[in-house]
Design a protein around this ligand. Structure first.
Ligand code: G4P
Length: 528
């Protein structure tokens, strides 16, 4: 087998997604521990007082304890090379999560066993289903009092609209937690808390063991035997094809904090998921094993390192091998370029890399030429990947700088943050950049925007919420928006590319506009 195929076959690239506090960071940390990427559990999370993980590097993330942006971690385990893409743990950043999922081949969904699928997370998880990639569920915190496993599965099925297949089954929870029953191995993995140890002591017992009661107690023994019978009789059949097409999610129960069930989860996960998958281009597909390098940009992040004021474009390699200093072609810029200082980023730790393969994520310095969705390939074999859809903003604010002397910084900050895809920027027709309308998918993005303008660009702004809820791009190129007959609460605006749009407060005013302007085309998604 060629080295290229070998390298690609051992790669697994997945996103990890959860509600804040469900245990995403703790699980990631334990996975890294198995890969030897860190030595001691806790070195990711740091001290109790300063709650932040390796992947939570932004000041605002530390303050709020949420992860706003996503970073990438790579480690080796059992001959596999694993790329974990961390995602924002808040649904206000669903769009960022969606983009990250575009770069992943599968997703791990972490759920807190005491809470189930939380209301605020529904949108985030649905975004995952929209991508049709395999979703593997880890129900965490079984060492705490949990909801009934049946209810938890029902929750997932109802919210996500996909079937579940429990791979193991918990025996009680909280103080009574006895372990999990592995359904394929037909054995019980007894619960032992192992905080921080690399090698976890494994004690297994068969459900037929005459001494089973000793391990699980008489009450739980009967319950377990009943559950096994019920699951084997009535549960969804395991179907790998359904998993790979995102129709069925295998579910694992465990406890990340006590390092229980994490390694069996990782081992099964590697079997359930595939090496990097082919990617669609505008006129075909690109296979990972194709010799020619190709990649697309799924994320742009400025000022990751405040001291350097840099801007990094993250790209997912879709085919071939990347070599440092190789000359590539930037399709959207129609230019040959050299990707400078390619790096793999483990949160704050950056490592310059010499080579990377399909499935890997690399970060390169971006002098301001890249946009989200851009394709990079070989000049001799041009391809163009399908774009990444933009979500229509649902919240709007009028934003103006407090100090008019800081106009330059205001324009720069607003433009750069918009290029990263964190916000969308609009203007009133004929207006300058003194005052802009910022649209976001989730309101927390406003806070991040304001915070970043103040901290990274030194500009204080005043933000005034606007009552609009719906945005529509005007599809007709020959329509003068000023001549449209519109309800009094409809606003005419344009985006940074000069496209005309309308902001509405209700469906009623959208209907009004359509009825009073025959032939008017209003589109929900723009090419932002
Ligand atoms: P997140 O990244 O999804 O936001 O969650 P994170 O891993 O930071 O975990 C949130 C809290 O839940 C942490 O406690 C963590 O220790 C705890 N936790 C994670 N997994 C488990 C588990 O399996 N069992 C139990 N009992 N707790 C778990 P914290 O008090 O907020 O932080 P810290 O004081 O431990 O740093």
């Amino acid at each position: 087998m060629s080295d290229l195929k070998n390298q690609i076959d051992k790669r697994r690239t997945f996103a990890i997604i959860s509600h804040p506090d469900a245990g995403k960071t703790t699980l990631t940390e334990k996975l890294l521990l198995y890969g030897g990427a860190i030595n001691v559990a806790g070195s990711v999370k740091g001290k109790k007082t300063a709650k932040h993980a390796v992947s939570d590097w932004m000041e605002i993330e530390k303050q709020r304890g949420i992860s706003v942006t996503s970073s990438v971690l790579q480690f080796n385990y059992n001959g596999y090379c694993i790329n974990i893409l961390d995602t924002p743990g808040h649904q206000d950043f669903s769009e960022d999560t969606y983009r990250t999922l575009m770069a992943a081949d599968s997703a791990v969904m972490v759920i807190d066993a005491s809470k189930g699928v939380e209301n605020q997370t529904k949108k985030l998880f649905k975004v995952c289903v929209m991508r049709h990639i395999p979703i593997i569920t880890f129900i965490n915190k079984m060492d705490r009092d949990a909801k009934s496993p049946y209810d938890l599965l029902e929750d997932i099925e109802n919210v996500l609209g996909i079937n579940t297949c429990p791979m193991n089954w918990p025996i009680a929870s909280g103080k009574d937690f006895k372990g999990v029953y592995d359904r394929s191995k037909k054995e019980i993995l007894c619960f032992t808390a192992n905080n921080g140890q690399h090698e976890v002591e494994k004690k297994t017992v068969s459900p037929d063991d005459p001494n089973l009661e000793e391990y699980v107690g008489s009450l739980h023994k009967q319950e377990l035997l009943d559950d096994i019978e019920l699951l084997d009789g009535a549960g969804d059949e395991f179907d790998l094809e359904a998993v790979r097409t995102g129709k069925l999610t295998p579910v694992f129960f465990g406890s990340a904090l006590t390092n229980f069930g994490v390694e069996p989860f990782l081992e099964e996960f590697l079997k359930l998921t595939t090496p990097p998958l082919p990617r669609e281009t505008v006129d075909g597909i690109v296979k990972p094993y194709d010799e020619d390098f190709s990649a697309f940009v799924f994320k742009i992040q400025a000022n990751m390192n405040k001291a350097h004021r840099d801007r990094i474009a993250f790209m997912r390699i879709c085919s071939g091998k990347f070599k440092k200093d190789m000359e590539v072609y930037h399709v959207q810029g129609e230019k040959k370029i050299r990707l400078s200082q390619p790096q793999q980023i483990m949160a704050q730790e950056r490592e310059i890399i010499d080579e990377a393969y399909a499935g890997d994520i690399i970060g390169v310095f971006d002098p301001g030429i890249f946009s989200i969705g851009d394709t990079i390939c070989m000049a001799s074999n041009k391809v163009k990947f399908k774009g990444i859809p933009t979500f229509a903003p649902e919240h709007f604010s009028l934003v103006r700088q407090k100090d008019t002397m800081k106009r330059k910084q205001f324009v720069k900050g607003t433009t750069q943050i918009a290029q990263e895809g964190a916000i969308q920027v609009f203007r009133e027709l004929d207006a300058g950049m003194e005052e802009v309308i910022v649209g976001v998918v989730g309101v927390l993005q406003f806070d991040v925007f304001k915070y970043r303008l103040e901290n990274e660009y030194n500009v204080d702004v005043v933000m005034e919420g606007l009552p609009y809820q719906f945005i529509r791009w005007i599809g007709n190129k020959d329509v003068d928006p000023k001549k449209l007959d519109l309800a009094s609460d409809t606003k005419r605006i344009c985006d940074m590319r000069g496209n005309n749009l309308l902001l509405f407060t209700s469906y009623w005013s959208i209907d009004w506009a359509l009825e009073h302007n025959k032939g008017l085309i209003l589109e929900e998604f723009g090419n932002v």
